[in-house]
Design a binder for this molecule. Structure first.
Ligand code: C5P
Length: 401
């Protein structure tokens, strides 16, 4: 399974001859749908020019720490926050030693120190340097600090010797990156997700809807797939593509969404309602386009079914997670909805100008009846993965077998 779509991977390139293989790695990551930012150490730029990596990644390459151009654009902290994963390939003995000692004297080492995302290191060096007790001690240290080492391979080396120290091949590194994003947290679980807005007709050409883009729900669907769930995604009208391997059910109105949800509910273990369901629909939908003869026009609206409440009232109640998009008093409004709609969890996010609905980013705090967790602000993909982890752990607590 390709887990790389929309993943933000920061590739660090140190000064080793294996840097030429990193060009193939970056091309492979881009082909699989990842976004890649490249950071080269000074030594790294001596082996392959930044222009090569810029052409492959489609973005400027970063190599300087204390430079006004670098810090004015994506500085070290922004790059550290941007990434879902940092991969250092090739990682030299020198760079590994800097990681082990928490040094921050160039851009790449500073990013690694400032990052709170996983770091994969693909060492590349002469066999003697690899076997040196100092290098082995540094490897132990960085592993115990939570950094993962991939490789090195064993075989002929560029220096003419043979032994351990070769950087893994680009495909092997890519497989490790893929595996990093995959988990079995929801193996065997059927997850039903609603996403996007619903659309309620006024007449044959007009409708009532909202600004939901569907991105949050689609990101949750992708994260659930990566956690090995079987995923059904029911979505209102959106302009984005569903992830591969979901069962995709496009709908238009709240009523259609509800009937598709109830078609699935008996087989559902976890229901995640990320859709911004229109609360009201027109009592009468005009057969013909309404003409603008009058200065004022009144539409009579009636309430749509509350899908999530109907699900939690049903005899087969799955583990149910809702979303609360709020412009004010986030925590209290979310907690009241959690109770009123009898959900197991609610993900509350602030909405308003440039926040939430049509943005790439979101801010989420999750509440359940005796706890809460702030997932902070980040890309919808990263939030979705953290939300799925949290859902999986709460779901396991309720279903220990
Ligand atoms: O609109 P509201 O803030 O009450 O939405 C909270 C939760 O209820 C969301 O998860 C939303 O998907 C769900 N909802 C629903 N049916 C509605 C309105 C909202 O399932 N008619």
């Amino acid at each position: 399974m390709n887990t790389l779509i929309n993943k933000r991977i920061l590739v660090g390139v140190c000064g080793g001859i294996a840097a030429y293989k990193t060009a193939y790695l970056i091309r492979g990551l881009i082909e699989s749908g990842a976004e890649v930012e490249v950071v080269q150490t000074h030594g790294g730029t001596q082996f392959v020019t930044p222009l090569t990596f810029q052409a492959l990644s489609g973005r400027p390459v970063h190599s300087r720490l204390l430079h006004h151009d670098s810090e004015a654009g994506m500085g070290h902290i922004s790059l550290a926050r941007w990434a879902d994963l940092i991969v250092v390939a090739p990682a030299t003995a020198h760079f590994i030693s800097k990681l082990a000692h928490g040094m921050a004297d160039d851009l790449l080492s500073t990013i690694c120190l400032a990052a709170d995302v996983p770091i994969l290191v693909a060492p590349a060096m002469n066999r003697q340097m690899w076997n040196n007790p100092a290098t082995q001690a540094n490897i132990q240290t960085i592993q115990s600090n939570g950094i993962s080492i991939i490789g090195p391979g064993v075989g002929d080396q560029a220096c003419g010797e043979s032994g351990p120290g070769r950087m893994l091949e680009p495909d092997e590194i890519k497989s490790s990156i893929n595996a990093h994003f995959r988990s079995s947290l929801l193996s065997g679980a059927n997850v039903l997700i609603t996403a996007g807005p619903t659309r309620e007709s006024i007449d044959p050409v007009r409708f009532i809807s909202n600004h939901s883009s569907g991105r949050m729900g689609f990101a949750v669907a992708q994260a659930a797939l990566e956690a090995d769930a079987r995923v059904t995604l029911i979505a209102g009208p959106v302009s984005i593509n569903p992830p591969d391997r979901v069962t995709y059910v496009p709908v238009t109105t709240a009523f259609e969404m509800q009937s598709e949800v109830f078609r699935e509910i008996e087989d559902t273990d976890i229901f995640i309602s990320a859709a911004a369901v229109a609360d009201y629909r027109c009592v009468d939908v005009a057969d013909q386009k309404i003409k603008k003869y009058e200065d004022n026009l009144s539409l009579q609206l009636e309430k749509n079914p509350d899908i999530i409440s109907n699900v939690t009232k049903s005899s087969h109640k799955p583990f149910t997670v809702g979303f609360a998009a709020e412009t004010d008093d986030l925590a209290n409004n979310a907690k009241s909805k959690l109770k009123a709609k009898k959900m197991d969890m609610i993900a509350a996010n602030p909405v308003g100008k440039d926040k939430g609905f049509d943005s790439e980013y979101n801010t989420i705090e999750v509440f359940w009846n005796d706890g809460h967790l702030n997932l902070g602000t980040s890309s919808k993909q990263k939030l979705a993965r953290n939300l799925i982890k949290l859902i999986a752990s709460r779901y396991d607590e309720k279903h220990p077998d």
